[in-house]
Design a protein around this ligand. Structure first.
Ligand SMILES: Nc1nc2c(ncn2[C@@H]2O[C@H](COP(=O)(O)OP(=O)(O)OP(=O)(O)O)[C@@H](O)[C@H]2O)c(=O)[nH]1
Ligand SMILES: [Mg+2]
Length: 453
């Protein structure tokens, strides 16, 4: 355990007027500092809610609850306290000032978590998860983050590491006992083992990438030719007049992006300029932006105008998005009858939701279609991971290292060299969780073989 001498404090709630605000302290001086300004210092006890007043000399600053924790049974692993006062930033500032006067210092961002990590209370994947629980914009992301806070990613990495340690031990045994008459792992078997490791790392990386997409939000551009009602669809979905709507084709020129939540997933709706032959430079730029959005997205909403039928421009849009997932809206359904809608659907190969941005018709079907499409993308993949760039970068590095080790094995390089590569792979995996494990390999050899017997 790293010894940390100083004691830190910070407000744990935002500086707004609210029923309650919380200040947090962590470090060896926590109990002394709090006791020196609390009216009932004897009440301060591990996981006990002590009710009393914060005193500034003889005057009462506020009545509070102090929840104290004795390390190591605390979030950071150190002595900690949480002071629950009334939620006025002026009160919080006054208590902070009193604490600072007692030698406590203001915590740097993330310093509580960093102390928790240094004290072995959480690893880096769990720290990342806690971060995501706070910033997540959809329920799926929260669920995955909570699982990761409970060690889902750490366990996945741990499993890969364990198998790697065994493989490395097997390979190293071949080095030390090459003279002896013992059957150690063959190159083919080692390659096989390496291949299954690669599969596991790829699996984790895939789950991290899904997490990345989910936390960034799924881009969902609304495309179509001009005047079909794309901006009206956006406004309806957002339930506000976000984009300008007019009967003049070419109203939207820039892309407009807003977030909504569909089925627990954070979706970035993007209104785009209608795709047509541009009549001026600005329109041309807008259309180029629309095409770029199509290019970048894997799922789109395509809008057509039921009252106008399918025109050549609509066909152009449909061919531009070929190969992408799409939800097709037969908008302005309020202007036509059912027969016209079904013949339109016939023209589109049976596809299309009867929709009206004006009346809200088809909204439920639309959401169901998006939900189904998202579900398809993420089938059984709700258990993704919330990794940061560092972690996904390390996993990519790990794949590179596995490929190199495979190369060395298949060209029958000396096993020392293979083992060396596997050690660097172990180090890479250890940095994902922040663990350092130097004696692992040796321990593993001795535990599995009765060497020297
Ligand atoms: N009756 C009816 N009119 C609609 C509907 N949706 C849109 N409109 C009208 O169609 C016209 C064009 O709507 P917009 O939402 O601006 O269309 P757009 O596709 O964004 O157009 P551009 O930005 O120019 O490409 C406006 O006059 C809207 O009021 C609908 O469902 N029913
Ligand atoms: Mg528009």
């Amino acid at each position: 355990m790293v010894m940390i001498e100083d004691t830190i404090c910070a407000p744990a709630t935002p500086p707004v007027n609210s029923p309650i605000a919380i200040l947090r302290l962590s470090g060896p001086d926590t109990f002394r500092a709090v006791a020196s300004l609390f009216s009932r210092p004897d009440e301060l006890d591990h996981r006990h809610a002590a009710y009393g007043s914060i005193l500034d000399g003889r005057s009462i600053v506020d009545d509070v609850i102090v929840l104290a924790y004795r390390g190591p049974s605390s979030f950071t692993g150190e002595d900690m306290a949480e002071i629950f006062c009334h939620g006025n930033p002026l009160i919080v500032n006054r208590i902070m000032t009193l604490l600072l006067a007692r030698g406590v210092r203001v915590a740097a961002p993330g310093e509580f978590s960093s102390r928790a990590f240094q004290n072995g209370k959480i690893d880096l994947t769990e720290a990342e998860a806690i971060n995501h629980i706070i910033t997540a914009r959809g329920e799926w992301e929260i669920e995955a983050s909570v699982r990761q806070m409970h060690g889902s990613l750490a366990r996945a990495i741990g499993e890969i590491r364990d198998r790697l340690v065994v493989l490395k031990a097997d390979i190293e045994c071949g080095i030390d006992f090459a003279e002896e008459d013992v059957e150690f792992v063959s190159n083919d078997a080692a390659l096989e083992g390496l291949d299954s490791l690669r599969g596991l790392v790829e699996g984790v990386l895939r789950q991290c990438r899904i997490g990345e997409r989910v936390s960034r939000g799924i881009d969902l551009p609304i495309v179509g030719r001009p005047n079909v009602g794309k901006s009206s669809v956006l406004n309806l979905l957002l339930n506000t007049e976000r984009a300008i709507v007019s009967a003049i084709p070419g109203t939207t020129r820039d892309t407009i992006s807003e977030s909504i939540r569909i089925a627990g997933i954070h979706v970035n709706l993007i209104d785009t300029a209608g795709i047509d032959i541009p009549s001026c430079e600005i329109e041309k730029m807008g259309i180029e932006l629309s095409l770029a959005k199509i290019e970048d997205s894997s799922m789109l909403v395509v809008v057509v105008d039921s009252s106008a039928g399918i025109l050549a421009e609509d066909r152009r849009v449909l061919s531009a998005i070929e190969g992408k997932k799409r939800v097709l809206l037969l908008n302005k359904a309020d202007l036509v009858d059912e027969a016209a809608l079904s013949s339109l659907r016939g023209e589109l190969g049976g596809e299309g939701i009867s929709f009206s941005a004006k009346t809200g018709r088809g909204l439920k079907e639309f959401e169901a279609a998006i939900t189904a499409s998202l579900a398809e993308d993420f089938v059984n993949q709700k258990d993704f991971f919330v990794a940061d760039i560092r972690m996904t970068g390390l996993l990519e590095e790990a794949l590179g290292s596995i490929a190199r080790a495979g190369e060395l094995l298949s060209t029958a390089e000396p096993r020392e060299i293979v083992a060396f590569e596997l050690q660097s792979l172990l180090d890479i995996l250890a940095s994902v969780t922040g663990a350092v494990t130097p004696d692992d390999v040796l321990n593993s050899i001795f535990s599995r073989f009765c060497i020297g017997k």
